[in-house]
Design a binder for this molecule. Structure first.
Ligand code: PLP
Length: 390
């Protein structure tokens, strides 16, 4: 394991030991195919998958029939957006999302635009929130879907889903929320009541990579979304392919652990986050990009003027793992689309850090992180002639 402090839990999390232990028997002893209906190997695997679905459903307070396993949140997003578009095309071809959506949503929307769908991208204010009034004005009789990121992966800002749900449903449109970052950090069950579709990802909640979920509220008959991957008829024909027993068992364990001590963990993370943010805001001219009260308890996003963002990240990477935007986008040379949508000036957006903490972050880590970032920002500024002349 690298020796750097890990402050990038929104990018991914380590697999919990209990999760690994829960999966191991399903690679060898219980290796059967859940679709093999003629022998005990298949029966055993099938019952492990059913137990996992029951456990996830109980922890999320939803019906097991509302859960479809995918390879992760990106696939889930593709399945919902493309599925609704295909299914509802005769009703309309208008979809609403926001400029701060995750790239998985934005890229899928771009794909749908090429296919003749019209997408409206809602602006956000300087705090990262959409305007309900603008949403209301943008909804049309042919709007089939509204897709809203619940908790932003870069800033942690949480959108007002109660009101969004009301407006969307009053208009007769469906609501999808990308809830990937919220699970295990804040209570999620009431959110699932408000939406028609949601998505989750195992590796964001101390589970394995390569497994995720689509939540489909009304899926009793398995026909709420058309088949996304054809072949084999698995998962009510909505997503073909051999069911991945070990990863599903691991996902169920990860969700069980994430929901177990949620309110305590939320409180603990909140305190650590406030200490981290408070410490970093002591740096001269540091500005927080996540100032709203309703936000994830583990995420901060801070800009430092008079600093070259790329140099800062490179220097920090020797001691601490942080990010300056979406991890899925880290090779891009464009500043974060989330921060630019919030009106953060380009150079300041480049000179921003997202620090996301998690289950294994300690108070000592927080103090070290403050020290490291404070020192590096000072070094970067010493090398910047504009800092002297400011
Ligand atoms: N949605 C959000 C909000 C995310 O943060 C991520 C991961 O960065 C994804 C979707 C994609 O998740 P996955 O890696 O499971 O495809």
């Amino acid at each position: 394991m690298p020796s750097q402090l890990y402050f990038d839990y929104n990018a991914t999390t380590p697999c919990a030991k209990e999760v690994i232990e829960s999966m191991l028997p399903h690679f060898y002893e219980n290796f059967g195919n859940p679709s093999s209906s003629h022998h005990p190997y298949g029966w055993l695997a099938k019952s492990s998958v059913e137990d996992s679905s029951l456990s996830i459903a109980k922890n999320l307070d939803v019906s097991p029939s509302s859960l479809i396993y995918t390879s992760g949140a990106t696939e889930s997003i593709n399945m919902v957006l493309k599925g609704v578009a295909r299914k509802m095309r005769s009703k309309g071809n208008h979809i609403i999302t926001t400029k701060v959506a995750h790239k998985a949503v934005l890229d899928t929307c771009a794909f749908l635009e090429e296919d003749g769908f019209e997408i409206s991208y809602l602006d956000v204010d300087s705090e990262g929130l959409i305007s309900l009034e603008t949403l209301n004005q943008t909804l049309r009789s042919d709007t089939i879907l509204v897709s809203i990121l619940y908790a932003n992966n870069e800033t942690g800002i949480i959108q007002p889903l109660d009101e969004i749900s009301k407006l969307t449903h009053q208009n007769g449109s469906l609501l999808f929320s990308d809830t990937t970052q919220a699970l295990g950090k804040v209570a999620i069950t009431h959110v699932l009541d408000l939406v028609d579709f949601a998505c989750f990802s195992g590796h964001k909640v101390y589970g394995p990579k390569g497994i995720g979920l689509v939540y489909i509220k009304d899926n009793e008959n398995g026909d709420s979304l058309p088949s996304f991957i054809q072949g084999g008829g698995q998962q009510k024909k909505q997503r073909g392919g051999t069911i991945n027993t070990p990863l599903i068992v691991g996902l169920a364990k990860a969700i069980e652990l994430a929901c177990k001590n949620l309110s305590e963990e939320t409180r603990r993370l909140n305190n650590l986050r406030d200490a981290l943010e408070g410490g970093l805001l002591e740096i001269e001219l540091a500005v927080s990009n996540s100032t709203k009260l309703r936000r994830l308890p583990n995420t901060i996003n801070i800009s430092f003027s008079y600093v070259d963002g790329a140099n800062l990240l490179t220097a920090l990477s020797r001691q601490i793992a942080v990010s300056n935007g979406s991890a899925c986008n880290s090779s891009s040379v464009e500043p974060s689309h989330v921060l630019t949508a919030m009106g953060v000036e380009r150079s300041l957006a480049f000179a921003s850090l997202r620090l996301s903490i998690g289950r294994f972050t300690t108070e000592e880590d927080i103090n070290k992180a403050i020290e490291i970032v404070t020192e590096e920002v000072a070094i970067q500024r010493e090398n910047n002639i504009l800092w002297e002349r400011r």
